[in-house]
Write a protein that binds this ligand. Structure first.
Ligand SMILES: [Fe+2]
Length: 313
């Protein structure tokens, strides 16, 4: 048991690299969603960043319903078919999307809770990670329709609520000094709020309502992207000044967007090509052993492309 624990701890510690944390925090997409909003202050700087396309939505069937997948990143981003108001399709797409996010949140906690003194909370996070992985496997092996999607959603809500309770408990422990992990209280808060929104969305779908309210969607995602950007700025090497400035600029722009959401006809509401990488100065790229001046790979963070990349998602 002790050997296994030590091995797990060593593995977790090996996994914690600043680069991997930034990929999870969303560094590659700090300017996402703003490329089309040239009216925003400071946009000229961000609009000059390299572009990457999230790709066209390709159709596939999962759990017996058609869903779309954006394949422009390193993994697909699931969405309901264009124009669909089917609560079953939306439930499947949202569960695929958010289930992956919640699994990653748990993985993040595991990575940031090293050492034997954090074995308890780390073990809980590992259980959540496994629970969501198993749940996604169950989803893919299911056939959902109007008669049973509500029950499946209720199971998902139960799992998500368990994780939300854990995040809030850990947030309090970290804030009070009872726990000394490497997870910021604000990260527990951020991830709890994301999970809470997912729960709310599934509850809405369970009454057959798949609509989105722009007054909720835009401020929510602008706030989350602002926080992603701030996390990125904090995780960067202090020497990476250009990247830090870009992340902070993004945070400021998303903050403005949250405070004053663009009008309904603003380009932000239409699909566009988001920026997915930040460029390093050639000298720095060379020091880091990179042949190209691109920085962080678009990785799991492509998931945050969905809301802005598709407008009202
Ligand atoms: Fe997030």
């Amino acid at each position: 048991m002790e050997n296994s624990l030590s091995a797990n701890t060593r593995l977790a510690e090996r996994l914690v690299t600043r680069r991997s944390l930034m990929e999870l925090a969303g560094v590659t997409l700090v300017s996402l969603g703003l490329a089309g909003c040239k009216s925003l202050p400071g946009m000229a700087t961000l609009a000059a960043l390299p572009q990457a396309d999230v790709g066209l939505a390709t159709g596939q069937t999962i759990a017996g319903v058609p869903v779309g997948a954006l394949n422009g990143g390193t993994k697909p981003i699931y969405v309901a078919p264009p124009g669909s108001m089917d609560p079953v399709a939306h439930s499947v797409a949202d569960t695929l999307f958010w289930g992956e996010q919640l699994m990653e949140h748990a993985m993040f906690f595991v990575m940031l809770m090293p050492g034997p003194e954090l074995a308890g909370p780390r073990g809980e996070a590992e259980r959540f990670q496994r629970q969501f992985a198993d749940h996604l496997t169950r989803l893919r092996g299911s056939r959902l329709d109007r008669s049973n999607y509500g029950a499946f959603n209720n199971t998902t809500i139960g799992l998500a609520n368990g994780l939300i309770s854990y995040k809030r408990r850990m947030q309090l422990a970290q804030e009070s000094g009872q726990m000394r992990s490497l997870v910021w209280p604000s990260f527990f808060d951020h991830t709890a709020n994301e999970a809470q929104r997912f729960v709310g969305r599934l509850a809405q779908l369970n009454i057959g309502n798949a609509t989105f309210d722009r007054r909720e969607v835009v401020p929510f995602w602008a706030d989350k992207m602002e926080e992603h950007s701030l996390f990125v700025a904090h995780l960067l090497d202090p020497d990476e000044k250009a990247l830090k400035t870009a992340a902070e600029t993004s945070a400021g722009l998303f903050g403005k967007m949250e405070a004053a959401p663009p009008a309904s006809k603003d380009p932000c509401s239409r699909p566009h090509k988001p920026s997915s990488t930040l460029r390093l100065p050639p000298k720095r790229a060379s020091r880091l052993g990179r042949s190209k001046a691109s920085s962080i790979r678009p990785s799991r963070t492509m998931s945050v492309a969905r809301p802005c990349g598709l407008g009202m998602r």
